[in-house]
Write a protein that binds this ligand. Sequence first.
Ligand code: SF4
Length: 154
Amino acid sequence: MAASWSGEDILYSGKGNAIYMVLPTSGCAWAVSESGGCSMCSYVADSPLEDVPSEELIDIFKDRFSRFDITEKTAVKIFVSGSFLNPVEIPPSVRKEILGILKNEELVEEVVVESRPEYVTENVLKECCDALGDKIFEIGIGLETSNDYTREKR
Ligand code: SF4
């Protein structure tokens, strides 16, 4: 269920490289709730839909990350087919360890994750920024529509 790849990308500081990583989790909490998730999204079909122990998640991250030689400035983009900042999908201890590893990678300039906005709190942001040091931390919230009816009912 895990996957990773890399390729050229445009970073905030200019042309560089990006490492993409998909980590397996229990699945997007919104998708596995009674709501059934967002109508345009099938990510939950790629999730194992069972708890992945913290140690296993960290080992998967380390294994995937070790496959890349980082020789130029790099962005690391971590996808979990849900919300990286939801503590049920990615426990805070796992989040902290992953960000701590990336903090120590000199050529990693940016870390990009995705999360539903309800998990983006001041406390969580502070924890992430503390763990990541002075690197750029970007959160994609995946806004698919600005129409309130579509956003709330569909
Ligand atoms: S919140 Fe994101 S991952 Fe979850 S169902 Fe919606 S688009 Fe998919």
